[in-house]
Structures are given as structure tokens and as C-alpha cells.
Design a binder for this molecule. Structure first.
Ligand code: TGC
Length: 396
């Protein structure tokens, strides 16, 4: 394959970025090209998570990069988004790693943790010396965290947690799990308001994480079933600043924001593969890109990539001003993933039979994007969040 052309040069998006943002983007692009792309097809085929890249991601400053202090880079929201875009142009599994570590686990500790919890975990997590996971979703379904059945009951001064979680990224290699549980004590509220977060070192007896096998998506990353059986914790394991479901939802906002950018990276990679093929492959005596139907497909793909990135940039600027709302994040997550999937499917048609092989990244991106479509709120959940924002009526 020849070097892919830079499709984002068409709209001169660089002109909308600061030098610092461009530097973060270039650093992430280089990481994807030098450390992810050379090995990703083999890792995807073998279902292998390349753990040694974690410390390299830490060294490069990507872990918790939008957080301040505690060894974190303190980068802006747009810089973080650009890093997500470039890493996901490599593979959704690696953007997911950065999201779970930085936007979910580290951000839960940074937002809601005590000073002692922050000191204990954040510097090591930023460096990639410790890995975190975020245990919210339960086996009966991820869309309704209010139906959570995992409980934390009082045990003297401490807590005992019992329950089960599913689809928990990184859990089998994590050092600490942010576990969301319903506190079995009326003093901590009722219903969704009784939900609290706990920091559970994964060596705690009763904590077990089992990688989920048989995945046809996100094969180069790890998602687990987690069992919590009489997991005993000290009183200070609770995150003091998170009360009720707004705690985990506040972290989901961060991760969903990263997806708005990241999915456009996968989409751009698919477009670039199709574009390269359209000029290098000849059928009927001319490049397939000389056909009007192929050009129409390429043009439509370009429109959605560029519009998606412009939307992500707008949301990023709102986030930097502290003005980004959950409904706006839903617009971005819904649009980016839906369009990225459509682009992957359209790109595949231009690649012909070779498009189903790993000579091109398109089927891998398409398979990965099926996971991205489902986690952090399905299309339907985001449609319903927007439906509520428009009508004022709850249709969940
Ligand atoms: P409701 O129960 O009424 O609200 C509960 C409280 O939460 C507040 N809230 C939010 N706060 C901040 N940001 C948001 N986006 C929020 N959404 C809700 C809400 O204001 C309320 O606060 P309070 O103080 O009044 O108690 O819930 P709702 O009706 O607002 O929301 C319903 C619905 C369906 C939108 C929500 O349940 C939802 O978003 N469901 C989807 C959950 C989801 O995305 N699950 C996937 C999780 S993916 C994951 O766990 C990690 S995957 C990565 C990996 O590990 O690999």
C-alpha cells in the first residue's frame, strides 16, 4: 500500500488548532503509526493485548492527559480529543484503553477522590505504572445503571461488596477497580441516589476478573466479567465526592466526549484506505477512482469525516469553556459512531474483495465500531437523551 493521502488537509483543520494542540495530535499520530499499526493486524487476529505499550503511552503523556496535577499533563479538551482521534485511527482498542484509564478510572478518582486516594493512584496511573478499570455495567444490561444490583453493606467501619459486573475493560490487568455499588444503608439515600463508588485494589480477596472470549470486535483489547464476592474494604475505600448516579455519569461524559473524536479517527483511516485504493487499482482499463460512482462515495465519506471533526472541535471548545452539556455530548457520540460505521461500510465496497482481508484496516475498524456503538450509551440511549432534551418528556 502506498502512503495514504491526508484527507483532513482539505478543510485546513490545522488552521483552527493551536500549536500545542497540533503537537499533541502529531505525537499521537506518530504513536499510532510507529507503535500500533505495525502490530495491530497480528494482535487483532491473535486476540492479543500488547501490554508493554501501556508504559509508552504513559511516557508520551496520554494517560489522564486532560487532568491537572498528580503527574498528569493538564492538556486542553481539544488536545485530548485529537489524541483520541489519532489513536483510534490506529485501533479503537487503544483509544479505548486511554479512555478507560484516563476518562473513566482516573477521572473518577480526580473528580471524586480524597487527597489520599489521588496521591496514591493518579501519579502511577498517569505514568502507566498502574492500570485502572471502571466497573459500572452489570450482566443484566448496561443501558440502565439505576437497576444496579451490586451492593455495599456496612461491616464495622468498613464495607463488604457483593455483585457482578460485565464488559469491564482492562479488569484482568488492572491494579485498581472503580466499583459502583448500591449502599445498603438508608443514610446514603434511596434508589439511584444510594449508588456510591469504591476503590477496590484488584488483589483484594473476592475480586475476580475473567476476560470475555469469543469477541469478533475489539480483539486487541481486553473486556472482562468481574465477580465481587464478599470483597472487604476499609472505610476509606469509598470515593467521598460521588453521591448517586451522577457520579458515574459524570465520568461517562468524559469518555463519551473522547469517542466523539475517536470514531472520526477510525472513519478517516477507512476513507484514506478507500482513497488510496481508488487511485492504485484499475478496473475496466482505468483507476476505479475515475468512475463517477466511486467519486460520489469518496465525496460523501469526506463530508461526514470533516463535518464530524468540526462538530468534535466545536464540542471541545465548549468543553474548554465549561459549557458542554450531556445532550450535546450525545449529539456527538451518536453522530460520530453512526457516520464512522457508514463510512467503514462504504469504504469496504471500494476495496472489493481485498476489503474483507487485513490488507486494509477497514473490516477491523468496522468490527471495532460495533462495540463503540454499543458502549458508553447505545445509539438508542443517545436518541432518547436528545428526545428528552427536545420534548421535555422522558421516554426511557
Ligand atoms: P436518572 O436515574 O434519572 O439520573 C440519575 C442522576 O444522574 C444524573 N445524570 C447525569 N449527570 C451527569 N451527566 C450525565 N450525562 C447524566 N445523566 C444523568 C441525573 O441528573 C440524576 O442526578 P440526581 O442528582 O438528580 O440524582 O437517569 P437519567 O434519566 O438522567 O438517565 C437515564 C439514561 C438512560 C440516560 C442513563 O441511564 C444512561 O445514560 N444510560 C446509559 C448508560 C451507559 O452509557 N452505559 C454504558 C456504560 S459503558 C461503561 O461502563 C464503560 S465501557 C468502557 C470499558 O470498560 O471498556
Amino acid at each position: 500500500m502506498t502512503t495514504a493521502p491526508r484527507t483532513d488537509a482539505v478543510f485546513d483543520l490545522d488552521a483552527l488548532l493551536t500549536p500545542e494542540e497540533r503537537e499533541w495530535q502529531q505525537r499521537a499520530r506518530a504513536f499510532a503509526q510507529e507503535r500500533i499499526l505495525p502490530v495491530i493486524d497480528e494482535d487483532f487476529e491473535r486476540g492479543y493485548f500488547r501490554r508493554e505499550l501501556i508504559a509508552e503511552l504513559g511516557d508520551a503523556g496520554f494517560l489522564g492527559m486532560h487532568l491537572r496535577g498528580y503527574g498528569c499533563a493538564g492538556a486542553g479538551a481539544v488536545s485530548y480529543g485529537l489524541a483520541c482521534l489519532e489513536l483510534e485511527a490506529g485501533d479503537s482498542g487503544w483509544r479505548t484503553f486511554v479512555s478507560v484509564q484516563g476518562s473513566l478510572a482516573m477521572s473518577a478518582i480526580a473528580k471524586y477522590g480524597s487527597e489520599q486516594q489521588k496521591q496514591q493512584w493518579l501519579p502511577r496511573m498517569a505514568a502507566g505504572d498502574a492500570v485502572g478499570c471502571f466497573a459500572l455495567t452489570e450482566p443484566q444490561g448496561g443501558s440502565d445503571p439505576a437497576a444496579m444490583t451490586t451492593t455495599a453493606r456496612r461491616d464495622g467501619d468498613g464495607w463488604v461488596i457483593d455483585g457482578a459486573k460485565r464488559w469491564i475493560g482492562l479488569a484482568s490487568l488492572a491494579d485498581v477497580a472503580v466499583v459502583w455499588a448500591r449502599v445498603d444503608d438508608p443514610a446514603f439515600g434511596e434508589g439511584g441516589r444510594a449508588v456510591r463508588g469504591f476503590l477496590v485494589p484488584t488483589t483484594t480477596p473476592g475480586f475476580t476478573a475473567t476476560p470475555i472470549t469469543g469477541k469478533l470486535s475489539m480483539r486487541a483489547s481486553v473486556q472482562c466479567d468481574v465477580a465481587l464476592e464478599a470483597v472487604r474494604l476499609d472505610a476509606d475505600a469509598m470515593l467521598p465526592g460521588a453521591e448517586g448516579l451522577s457520579g458515574p455519569f459524570g465520568c461517562l461524559n468524559e469518555a463519551r466526549y473522547g469517542i466523539v473524536w475517536g470514531a472520526m479517527g477510525a472513519a478517516r483511516s477507512c476513507l484514506e484506505a478507500a482513497l488510496e485504493r481508488s487511485t492504485s487499482r484499475e478496473v475496466f482499463g482505468r483507476p476505479i477512482g475515475a468512475n463517477q460512482l466511486t467519486q460520489a462515495k469518496l465525496a460523501d465519506m469526506l463530508l461526514e469525516v470533516e463535518k464530524g471533526i468540526l462538530l468534535a472541535l466545536h464540542l471541545g471548545r465548549l468543553k474548554e469553556r465549561g459549557a458542554l452539556t450531556p445532550a450535546q455530548i450525545s449529539v456527538g457520540k451518536l453522530n460520530s459512531v453512526r457516520e464512522a460505521l457508514a463510512i467503514a461500510h462504504q469504504a469496504r465496497t471500494i476495496l472489493g474483495g481485498d476489503g474483507i482481508t487485513d490488507a486494509y484496516p477497514v473490516m477491523r475498524h468496522a468490527a471495532n465500531l460495533e462495540s463503540v456503538r454499543t458502549y458508553e450509551g447505545t445509539d438508542e440511549i443517545h436518541q432518547l437523551i436528545l428526545g428528552r432534551a427536545l420534548t421535555g418528556l422522558d421516554a426511557f
